[in-house]
Design a protein around this ligand. Structure first.
Ligand code: NAP
Length: 216
């Protein structure tokens, strides 16, 4: 019998809440935490017994895969605050390094050729493994395209450590998507917003596995 990696979701806004909903729909337990414990408790009441509300430190301690569904700058804060607890964990980074611009749109807040994935990898807590995933679609599509029939939609991911790929692909599958690896973290920019494999970049839509593979 194989035991699945335990999952924690930190940050329960648009993306974190949707990942929590999809995970529970996939019949997989999940620890959920946010800045305010009451937000986790309220969401757990909606999601039922598979969701366990936690504070952030306990959620990290109890899980193997930690989804940091918070803004780019907050990931850096959490690395500093929970560096010790994050050692040995697989960290999923869905962040898009953007902020509102003066025209009602969004602009990148890091260099044009930089990616959040590579910048976060450079400051990763010792002993942790970073995976870029779950940020390729807007929250609306992440909810609406999960468990699509007859062919699933794809979530792209990037990782440098191939030993974690099976766990990541299993987690993506348990969220109702097929997983397609784009490469190492140096490919993160392709799956972040404005990238050629992002819903809000050149790709412009959700894709199936065959379409995804033709784009890589
Ligand atoms: N929204 C999208 O369509 C989309 C698509 C792709 C990727 N992303 C990326 O996903 C990430 C989350 O985006 P979002 O739209 O879900 O943001 P959001 O709705 O603003 O949610 C962020 C969540 O993080 C929590 N949080 C903030 N500081 C925290 C801390 N120190 N510890 C624990 N939790 C904390 C917030 O709690 P409070 O409510 O208390 O502030 C909130 O629940 C971002 O990096 C974004 O770039 C978003």
């Amino acid at each position: 019998m194989t035991t699945k990696s335990k999952v924690a979701i930190i940050g329960l806004g648009n993306i974190g809440k949707t990942i929590a909903q999809n995970t529970v729909k996939g019949n997989r337990p999940v620890y959920i935490a946010s800045r305010k414990k009451e937000d986790a408790t309220a969401l757990a009441q909606e999601l039922g017994n598979l969701a366990t509300p936690s504070d952030t430190a306990d959620a990290i301690k109890n899980a193997d895969i930690i989804v940091l569904s918070v803004w780019f700058n907050t990931i850096q804060e959490l690395f500093e605050k929970y560096g010790t607890e994050l050692a040995g964990k697989i960290i999923i980074d869905p962040s898009n390094p953007i902020a509102p611009d003066e025209n009602g749109g969004f602009k990148k807040i890091i260099g044009e050729k930089e990616s959040a994935g590579q910048l976060n990898a450079a400051i990763l807590p010792k002993g942790a493994t970073l995976v870029k995933a779950f940020g390729t679609l807007g929250a609306g599509s992440l909810a609406a395209a999960a468990y699509q029939h007859p062919e699933k939609s794809v979530l792209f991911y990037a990782s440098d450590d191939a030993t974690v790929d099976n766990s990541i692909e299993e987690f993506i599958l348990d969220n109702g998507f097929d997983a397609v690896k784009v490469g190492g973290l140096d490919q993160s920019i392709r799956i972040e917003v404005f990238g050629d494999l992002h819903e809000f970049g050149a790709l412009g839509k959700t894709v199936t596995v065959s379409e995804a593979k033709s784009k890589i």
